[in-house]
Design a protein around this ligand. Sequence first.
Ligand code: SF4
Length: 344
Amino acid sequence: MTATAREHERTAADDEPILAVEDLAVEFATADGLVKAVNGVSFSVRAGETLAIVGESGSGKSVTAQAVMGLLQSPPARISSGSIRLKGRDLLAMSRHQHRAMCGDHVAMVFQDALAALNPVYSVGWQLSEALVARGRMSRREARARAVELLDLVKVPNAKQRVKEYPHQFSGGMRQRVMIAMALALEPEVLIADEPTTALDVTVQAQIMRLLAEIQAERDMGMVLITHDLGVVADVADSVTVMYAGRAVEQASALDAFAQPAHPYTQALLRSIPRLDRKGQELEVIGGRPPELTNIPPGCPFHPRCRHARDICGEGEPPPVLEPAPGRTVACHFAEEVMADVER
Ligand code: SF4
């Protein structure tokens, strides 16, 4: 369901974000100095809404998700500022145990590497039912029956039989379905999917994305999709946060971000997506590499790779500004000019 269609169905209470992250900053103490992995990131997710957090490796998107879930190892990680509110309660004001318990009740996460996340010595059915039994929601017998329902839900064929099998007996795509089933076991209100399709081939990627979108719409869940590939989220995201060097450099509705990107990095990510209407043309790549977080260039961190860069870009970091359109945040000195750059 699109954001516009849902707007008609919502009450004021529904419009309260389930998850709201405000000005989050995460640092890591390393031998090379303090690494600011996340720097002043804010976003929120409402019921039925899909937020895509997009960026290359090291942009801070997974660290942000781990901070939300209370999964950061401290030390070396430290949340140096900001708030993370889940259903109105500040998770960072809680003990680590309370934080994780609150997330366990309302938020679930799907990881990239299903094979590593699943335990090879237990059957898929045992692993699916474990969370339900451990949290006292069901007896072992009831949870076993629920495990079959969950595999059915994620469209694993012959679920009754397959529930007895082990992770290595599943293909990559089927294992990812099992991970999604596990995440859904406790009926979360927000699902965080961290690169859920990266290890899969293109056809299976599309199937998994379709499945996630279907389940999200059926359950009216909030969803945070973390990916390095803007193309993967084109059909499912309502809003997009683009991260670079730990900062949210562009935040916009998916419609705006795809139709008229206002940050050169968003623009470059879009240009690097293969397109049928550009068959035979060389695929564009983003020149250079993301900066080392111990050595972020002065000024705008993207300036060494930016085709719009001018002298001012190497001097002062652009503040996120609510321009050039309401509800749109872009950290670029030349956002309006970038939007007018039609050659995408
Ligand atoms: Fe490029 Fe300058 Fe904008 Fe940074 S501020 S993205 S270097 S144009």
